[in-house]
Write a protein that binds this ligand. Sequence first.
Ligand code: OGA
Ligand code: MN
Length: 284
Amino acid sequence: MALTSEPLTSITLTPRTGAEVKISREALLSGSHSQALRALLVARGVLVVRDLHLTDAEQRGFARTMGDLRLGTVKKEGDEGLQKVTLDETENPDYARFFFGSQLWHMDGTYEEVPPFATILTPRVLSNTGGDTEFTNNYAAYEDLPDSEKPFLDTLLVAHSMQAALFPAKPDCSPEEFALWCGYPVRRHPLVWRHKSGRKSLVLSTSASHIIGMHPTESRDLLNRLMAHATAPQYIYRHKWRMGDMLMWDNTGTMHRVLPFDARSGRRLHRFTLNGEEPVTATL
Ligand code: OGA
Ligand code: MN
């Protein structure tokens, strides 16, 4: 195993978001580039490596070199940390029924005190139509806001809920489903994340229900305006999946959504998640 790391070779995918890293399987899996990859991930929001064709064990091993792997409940040997992102309930009985919500712009785990740091996906079954995944850059979106607005925005606290995230994606839900979503905790986060690096990003997601202490109409207008700003074309990287890809995103500084696809396609991606390393810090 190499003990020193060569500089990483990468190309930017759009001016504000995403980088494609050119690296061999061997170099990637050795872990010797993990610090450089983490720095690039946070700088670009999304990293893509093509033509890797990783097994679950290799994907997990790589995830472990990048941070603190979330293990979840292990049902079967060999499944540690693996989550299957699919609408097929036989493949993922616990979570398949929540993934329809992924079609709206979101960050993962905003119901948690410390949202996940990063997620690593590889495709296993793709849909012939649709199913691209889009990403934003919530650091860039914050940095581009007028300086006159930032001091006020820095003071705001936002309530995030599962129900706010999922109801707009399924307004014809059953009362039982709605009750299930409402059973999840409502979490308050600052609107602006001041990261331990010193940089700031917007904590925006469809899960943002309302701004604490603000009139509901004003709060909805502001959240809609910020969402429109953060999802403007100049911040978006759209990933067209190819078998063999590995894609990783910094969940603390981006949003993502999947574009509509054929629900009968069996679309399935294998996912490993890295635990968060810092709470969303108040800027007060
Ligand atoms: C996720 C997610 C998007 C996709 O895994 O959290 O939103 O393209 N996935 O399936
Ligand atoms: Mn998601």
